[in-house]
Design a protein. Structure first.
Lengths: 205, 205
DNA sequence: AACGGGATTAACCAAATGGTTAGTTTAGTA
DNA sequence: TACTAAACTAACCATTTGGTTAATCCCGTT
């Protein structure tokens, strides 16, 4: 991998890869330092502790991910358009960073409440507002007879589930359906169209 | 927790809980032994090593889970009936064992190929056959004009995603939607009906 | 050339970790 | 009761782990 950047960047890059793959408990400072081609003491010199290095990686992930998704979630697009864009955004994101969902869910499992306090509410993402806007919008379009009337929280969950979970099952699908790397990319590529269409079909009033 | 059973059972029970919550790397033999109210050496006496204890927990999970799900997947029920039963089975299973998906996905991430060799193909679950039967069945019902014609693998993924992922997002949903424990149970209870209905609606020819 | 501060290293440290062992207790049996 | 094998314990061990430190290197400034 790239050896050009300065040590601090190399550490961050190595830490990201290893924390993503192995989680906090499974990652080793020694392994990170080797991947970054840096003396182990450098990790502490720049980031003080394993926990703080991890927090930094987590924060960078959230800074990247949340705005990218919430931009579409909170837009003024009509529902169908919006759904398409959200699914596409998830697909692109997770094609780049396939380990991200498991990484975040792992944090969530060890820390849930604290995680929200520090990382979400503490920062100034437009997180809850964007979600609420989506839920409201659905109810409006339902009132206007454009979609079936139902609890919009389930729509949101269905949308996110169908967008994210296939990436988490990647190794499963590859093994059980006998897919190659290319097959899988094609498969999730198809879902970029299939999921929005399927969603809207299921929501006809 | 129960203190009645014999030490071996107590160890298995404690190990299950701790491995489920923290994964292999995050679990500590000392912690397991304390939870089981047993000397740490007993863990090695009964199970030789951390890895073998972990493998045992994993095997028990698969022995419980796979038949329970594949029974419905491979049955002779018509599609709509089958979908309902599968979603219900997932809901019941994951209400009992909410940490199970993350646990298995974590194993999959560290080990995917080896996992399949040893745990799936090595054992005699009716795994692949049941999945293939589901896929075939869809194509037949599509040919008979009962459902929309499309790649049935996507149906399967949608079904599993919408059934499993909400449980993985539990702490997320609880925080962001402000749900209590009861609210969440009610929420996933609703999905037992909503998901099958939503799926079939989206599959009308 | 001498200075000085940040960057870097090798060596080190204490605690934790998975695992072992030698010895003791317990319970069934001849 | 004496014997034995399994169950169990405390103490121990080697290695790994996150983290520290003292010394050195590097490089721009005076």
């Amino acid at each position: 991998m790239s050896e050009v950047e300065n040590p601090e960047q190399r550490i961050l890059q190595a830490a990201k890869q290893i924390f993503y793959e192995k989680g906090f408990a499974g990652a080793r400072m020694q392994e990170i330092s080797e991947a970054a081609q840096v003396n182990k003491a450098m990790l502490h010199y720049y980031f003080r502790s394993k926990q703080q290095l991890f927090d930094r990686i987590l924060k960078e992930a959230l800074d990247l991910v949340i705005p990218r998704l919430m931009k579409h979630m909170g837009s003024d697009d009509p529902l169908e358009e919006k759904v398409k864009k959200i699914v596409a955004a998830y697909t692109e994101l997770l094609t780049e960073l396939p380990h991200l969902p498991l990484f975040i869910l792992h944090v969530l499992q060890t820390d849930a409440h604290d995680f929200f306090q520090r990382m979400i509410l503490g920062s100034n993402y437009e997180f809850q507002p964007a979600l609420m806007k989506f839920l409201m919008q659905y109810q409006q379009e339902a009132a206007a007879g454009k979609v079936k009337s139902m609890d919009p929280r389930h729509i949101l969950i269905n949308l996110v589930s169908m967008s994210v979970f296939p990436f988490m099952m990647k190794s499963f699908l590859v093994e059980i359906l006998g897919l190659s790397e290319n097959d899988f990319e094609e498969f999730v590529g198809q879902r970029r169209d299939i999921v929005p269409q399927f969603l809207m079909d299921g929501l006809r009033p």
